[in-house]
Ligand binder design. Structure first.
Ligand code: FRU
Length: 483
């Protein structure tokens, strides 16, 4: 008899649907004191199927209340990914009285024996997303040739006083502009000879990000790339840093930049309409991978989102990197912190701390590393373990989840996930471990590594051990919830 129930592996800090299937975050928008998260949802099964928009709201992006389904399939098709904006000045004409929300999404029509058709459509809500009216003249945007034409992300572009849409067109991103959200004009197409083309391009997002420590900003274009069965990585997200003039995006680099070194962060986009005085660009992704998403061993529900993360841009010489750190709202979910003094870890003197906690976060700074390697257990039960190995000879950080618990649902799940970086220099590691995930942020978010795990018990301890030498943990803060 199966001992699984709806609670098995359920996260404490991450959004997961009450029941059945979820994939991409959609329509993330802040309006009247609430963060809205819509999501790709099949309410009738726990595998991908006819898509709806599920809906949840939150005051802090950590605790979510799931509401009724927002958008159901109709004659034009099922409801694929898209975005939502606040139409503050009634440009659409949908809101004669007060500003409301407009959702811009893909209608996906797949009739038997026919090639699928993807078109962009609108729905609007005057009651904070509780009910939606589909625009009677849908679809508002079609493509003459592209079969893959989906995932519109719309934003208000101040300099040109227009709405701008980034939408995936096969293996490129196309930009359109509009004055009223209903009529769209083609502006440009980006990406044919840029970036990775390992798979179909999906779920773009375009936004301006300030450069840390400078009075300057650049534009960032996120592009998720679908699974390619020939590669080990599965689905993943790349990004470009450049400029955008309201018509055309111009990247300022030729190299490929990946948003996450882990396997389980896909189709992420950022919130719209976070108030300017807040000034944050907040992002979250779908914490799964198309390679095995339909097979992960949860019962009655499938998939969860990453933690919401603040994005910023870091400049090193001529290169720019998107850095990501969990939002500050997370801190209030930890009521107890242990601060370690300087701890020296050597071959015969590992560091160990009993935890017995459903979730925890740690913040470590390592210095004076002369060990050949060292390891931190990120999740440890009596017989299951997820370990971060730091190999100072190869300058590699490796996450090993091969013994983490249930792993046999996909041969791809046990492959190590790696980050290449100078491991003998000062290394700052922050990690958040929940019941079925690990999110690692390295050097103040310069690298992120997001990974699902399926241990059958809560985490019992945290340990740090070294091989052939010592390391110094010069700062160590371990935070747990109250009992
Ligand atoms: C990305 C994606 C989107 C699409 C949706 C369908 O994960 O394939 O391109 O809109 O999922 O559920």
């Amino acid at each position: 008899m199966s001992t699984h129930n709806l609670l098995t592996y359920r996260p404490n800090l991450h959004f997961a649907p009450k029941e059945n299937w979820m994939n991409d975050p959609n329509g993330m928008v802040y309006f009247k004191g609430e963060y809205h998260l819509f999501f790709q949802h099949n309410p009738n099964d726990s595998i991908h199927g006819p898509m709806h928009w599920g809906h949840a709201v939150s005051k802090d992006m950590i605790s979510w209340e799931q509401l009724d389904i927002a958008l159901y399939p109709d004659d034009l098709g099922t409801i694929f990914s898209g975005s939502a904006v606040v139409d503050w000045h009634n440009t659409s004409g949908f809101f004669p009285n007060e500003p409301g929300l407009v959702a811009i999404f893909t209608h996906h029509l797949h009739e038997e024996g026919k090639t699928p058709v993807q078109r962009q459509s609108l729905a609007f809500s005057s009651d904070q997303g509780r009910s939606w009216i589909k625009y009677e003249q849908n679809p508002v945007l079609v493509h003459e040739t592209k079969v893959d034409f989906r995932d519109p992300k719309v934003m208000w572009h101040n300099d040109t006083n227009k709405w701008v849409m980034a939408v995936a067109t096969g293996q490129t991103i196309s930009f359109y502009s509009s004055l009223n959200l209903r009529e769209w004009k083609f502006e440009s197409e980006f990406g044919e000879r840029m970036g990775s083309h390992d798979g179909v391009w999906e779920c773009p997002d375009l936004f301006e990000l300030p450069i840390i420590g400078k009075n300057e900003s650049k534009w960032v274009l996120l592009v998720s790339i679908g699974d390619n069965p020939k590669l080990e990585s599965g689905s993943r997200t790349q990004y470009f840093v450049g400029s955008f003039d309201g018509h055309r995006f111009t990247p300022h680099h030729k190299d490929i930049k990946w948003l996450d070194a882990g396997k389980d962060n896909y189709a992420g986009v950022s919130f719209s309409d976070i108030p300017e005085m807040d000034g944050r660009r907040i992002y979250l992704g779908w914490m799964s991978n198309w390679r095995y998403a339909n097979k992960v061993p949860t019962y009655g529900w499938r998939s969860q989102m990453t933690l919401p993360r603040e994005l910023q841009l870091q400049q090193k010489q001529d290169s720019y990197a998107v850095i990501q750190t969990p939002v500050k709202e997370l801190d209030s979910y930890f009521s107890k912190s242990d601060s370690l003094g300087n701890v020296v870890v050597s071959d015969d003197s590992p560091f160990q701390l009993e935890l017995n906690t459903p979730y925890f976060m740690f913040d470590f700074v390592m210095e004076n590393v002369d060990a050949a390697s060292y390891s931190i257990t990120l999740h440890h039960t009596s017989d299951q373990i997820t370990t971060l190995h730091i190999d100072t000879k190869k300058n590699l950080l490796l996450l090993d989840r091969s013994q983490s618990g249930k792993v046999d649902f996909s041969s791809n799940f046990t492959h190590v996930q790696t980050i290449e970086l100078d491991c003998t220099a000062t290394l700052k590691l922050c990690a958040v471990a929940d019941s079925s995930s690990i999110e690692v942020f390295v050097n103040d978010g310069e690298y992120a590594l997001t990974s699902l795990i399926y241990p059958d018990k809560i985490c019992s301890k945290l340990s740090v051990s070294s091989e052939q030498g010592t390391i110094n943990i010069v700062k160590g803060i371990i935070s747990v919830p109250s009992e």
